[in-house]
Design a protein around this ligand. Sequence first.
Ligand code: HBI
Ligand code: FE
Length: 273
Amino acid sequence: MFKDFTETAPPSPAPPAGAAADWTVPQHWDRFTAGDHATWDILFARQQEMLHGRAVRAFEEGLDVLHLSRPGIPEFGELSDRLRARTGWTVVSVPGLVPDDIFFEHLANRRFPAGNFIRSRAQLDYLEEPDVFHDVFGHVPLLALPAVADFMQALGSKGLEAIAKGALHRLARLYWYTVEFGLAREDGALRIFGAGILSSFGESRFSLDSAEPKRRPFVLPEVLRTTYRSDSFQTGYFVVDSFEALLDAVLRADLGSLYREAESLPDLDPARP
Ligand code: HBI
Ligand code: FE
């Protein structure tokens, strides 16, 4: 019936050679080639144009206050100085995907792990592992906003708790449908705030304009029961009314009870009517 909530997660793998115990590595910004910086510039220009009027307003403000519009891949030390001054967050460099407990431990301490590599020209539209464009362009601008900064930190600590409770798959759905693929209503219009959409040329149009996907109001217990796929555009999105309301819903919830309740109910299809 229920999953055994006392079950412990397997130990995470050791960091690769050259990485610290928390999987961070030097960014080695000086090792990016002119071609790497040009790849960033191509992606940046294309997304900035596409997202104008589509992203939540705070996204463009974040690009601005963090000076992300300057050409080239950002240097994380300088970016962190600007971000720290706003919300106390920093950006740390990692070689790619890191184990869940390591990832959430960083978030719980207001550190955002960002890839130290950029995709190749053949992968402008799709890649498997999050690179510096997804991580920095997609995630970092909104971390300049206090409500999002607090929400991400909360997800970090709730993530660590979820691992301990054997409920990581539930918390991962909350992360997916907000931080990665969230939509928001702003002045009555639908806007994008999820980094997976913000960093995707195709999905930034599809998520708002297509008649195919379902768009439903954010309801925490429903989100925890809704499956997702990572190999195609989403078939359903959740829409928040504000970041403050989202933060409040997650901070006030008794997630342990919601996880247990969800285990006794069937999963939900994001494309359900
Ligand atoms: N590692 N670098 C990186 N970036 C992520 O977004 C990430 C990760 N490790 C685990 C993880 N995400 C997931 O646990 C969450 O998306 C739920
Ligand atoms: Fe991401």
